[in-house]
Design a protein around this ligand. Structure first.
Ligand code: PMP
Length: 361
């Protein structure tokens, strides 16, 4: 049997592990921060009709510029954004990859604040960009001073700010984002994958775009929008940034089926986002209940909660899995992460975790 080590693989990929969240079929899957509510049936029917219409034309390549989709995404984001400021790809992972391909690469660096989304370092690796992990403050917070100090020290070509941060859930203040955007020499990407779950009134980095041509705000339809399986992520930035990304994308990277499906979902954005308040409520319930049980939930502006106070995370993860509840071990000491699901799923998680509570009586 040939093993990976026998292959003439790039030296910098040797011995590395791929992104590896377990994919298991379980009754309660709360491990990858999806929206666990299925798509409303009325929306599903419209999407099917649009896909059916697109199938007839699959003999031709799709609209390489996905013009209609960019218009719809600009309309969804608001903030006076126009089509030429929007880019999209197969998930925001691919959007981030395009950014690193265009602005990173050999001899360049990208800085993030660890612990943060595990794909950042892998995308850096794949594009030959040097990954710099700068530290956070206590409780995984990130103050303007701490962030700016790291940027002055390392002078990176790119900065990746995860707002709110995965896997910690930590909200990021607009003051920190502004301070980073003003201090950095390079491109500053604010990954707002979970922004829709932030407390109402939380400003988006989209507000900071005017007059800042090196600032990029990325979003996804995978989380609040309940569309992870369709693979659609997007960004808003200066039109020149979008032009740069055209240099690195593969021609026709967004299939006609993806474009049709995304347009269908965006046409019903109110219905697609209808469960966001409910999910935020379940997140608050998880934080309150975990606190009561004696765990240490961290502040979250997302659809998941990281909590400390777990004596043996591996054992608890396995025990919950045996009860059909899949959560996430993310390698932080004494901590586990759980996605806020439906009320029933959340109840299943809370009942299962109660058996491991520090305050167990
Ligand atoms: N950014 C963050 C912070 C994420 O947590 C994720 C998904 N886990 C993504 C980006 C990528 O999501 P997608 O490719 O599905 O848009």
């Amino acid at each position: 049997m040939t093993s990976l080590d026998d292959l003439p693989i790039r030296d910098d990929l040797r011995g590395k592990s791929p992104y590896g969240a377990p994919q298991k079929v379980v009754p309660v899957a709360l491990n990858v921060n999806e929206n666990t509510h299925p798509i409303p049936e009325a929306v599903a029917h419209d999407i099917v009709a649009r896909i059916a219409a697109a199938v007839i034309g699959l003999n031709r390549y799709p609209d390489r510029e996905f013009t209609e989709l960019r218009d719809a995404l600009a309309g969804y984001l608001g903030h006076g954004l126009a089509r030429d400021q929007i880019w999209a790809a197969n998930g925001s992972n691919e959007v981030l990859q395009h950014l690193l391909q265009a602005f990173g690469g050999p001899g360049r660096s990208v800085l993030g604040f660890a612990p943060t989304y595990s794909m950042y370092s892998l995308l850096a690796l794949g594009t030959g960009t040097r990954w710099i992990a700068a530290p956070r403050d206590d409780e995984y917070e990130l103050s303007p001073d701490t962030a700016v100090r790291a940027i002055r020290e390392h002078d990176p070509d790119l900065v990746l700010l995860c707002a709110p941060n995965n896997p910690t859930g930590t909200p990021l203040s607009i003051e920190t984002i502004r301070a980073v955007a003003d201090a950095a020499r390079g491109v500053v990407v604010v990954d707002e994958a979970y922004h829709e779950f932030a407390d109402p009134g939380t400003p988006s980095a989209l507000e900071l775009l005017p007059g800042r041509p090196r600032l990029v705000v990325s979003r996804t339809m995978s989380k609040a929008f309940a569309f992870a399986g369709a693979r659609v992520g997007y960004l808003a930035a200066d039109p020149a940034v979008v032009d740069a990304l055209r240099l690195v994308r593969l021609p026709y990277h967004l299939s006609a089926l993806t474009q049709a499906a995304a347009l269908g979902a965006l046409a019903h954005s109110d219905l697609m986002l209808a469960m966001v308040d409910e999910i935020r409520g379940q997140r608050e319930r998880i934080s309150a209940e975990l606190g009561r049980l004696g765990f240490r939930p961290y502040r979250s502006g997302s659809n998941f909660v990281l909590f400390g106070g777990v004596d043996d995370p591996r054992a608890v993860f396995e025990a919950l899995l045996a009860r059909g509840v899949l959560i996430r071990e993310i390698g932080l000491p004494n901590s586990l992460r759980v996605t806020a699901g439906t009320e029933t799923e959340t109840t299943a998680f809370l009942e299962a975790i109660a058996g491991f509570a520090p305050n167990r009586s």
